[in-house]
Ligand binder design. Structure first.
Ligand code: GDP
Ligand code: MG
Length: 177
């Protein structure tokens, strides 16, 4: 019926966390469908999206989970984190508070997830450079100290989004293979 069956070698679960409105859903939509929704309410209620890609001749299905308005402190349940091999902690480079909350998200993640989880800190909305409130070096330092990957992205302009997800997926693959 126009479908083709594809052997999946691996399924990697990745969770998106971070304050509300930092752009988590748009990052996911950009990666999974190469779209940016001007009406971002369209993504509410979606649990996860998948994208299948090839890493090192293996078919990897990335299953990426998105919070649906559960970003209040401690409202994300342990079921959300269960089985995750990777995580993106997202903040908005124009909102200092969203960066100040990263430490909390990291604590919460580390208390729920496997200790080998691959974590990337993501400063989103890099297209809004004139409104920047978080210096790149502050985030870089934090990431280094906490042993996280770090990248600045723009879901709007599709800058570094694919690279960010691919970096996590490739690192997961490297660890488990
Ligand atoms: P979430 O609550 O973290 O899922 O955030 P959303 O993905 O719903 O995005 C929140 C708001 O930020 C929406 O108005 C988006 O259009 C906007 N947004 C998301 N990513 C970007 C980006 O990279 N650049 C800019 N300028 N706006 C963005
Ligand atoms: Mg969202």
């Amino acid at each position: 019926y126009g479908e083709f069956s594809q052997k999946i070698d691996y399924v990697f679960k990745i969770v998106l966390i971070g304050d509300s409105a930092v752009g988590k859903s748009q990052l996911l939509t950009r990666f999974a469908r190469n779209e940016f929704n001007l009406d971002s309410k369209a993504t509410i209620g979606v649990e996860f999206q998948t994208k299948t890609l090839v890493i090192d001749h293996k078919t990897v299905k990335a299953q990426i989970w998105d919070t649906a308005g559960q970003e209040r402190y401690r409202a994300v349940t342990s079921a959300y984190y269960r089985g995750s091999l990777g995580a993106m902690i997202v903040y908005d480079i124009t909102k200092r508070q969203s960066f100040d909350h990263v430490a909390r998200w990291l604590d919460e993640l580390r208390s729920h997830a496997d200790k080998n989880i691959v974590i990337m800190l993501v400063g989103n909305k890099s297209d809004l450079g004139s409104l920047r409130a978080v210096p790149t070096d502050d985030a870089k330092e934090f990431a280094q100290r906490e042993n996280l990957f770090f990248m600045e992205t723009s879901a709007l302009e599709a800058t570094n989004v694919e690279t960010a997800f691919l970096t996590i997926l490739t690192e997961i693959y490297r660890i488990i293979s």
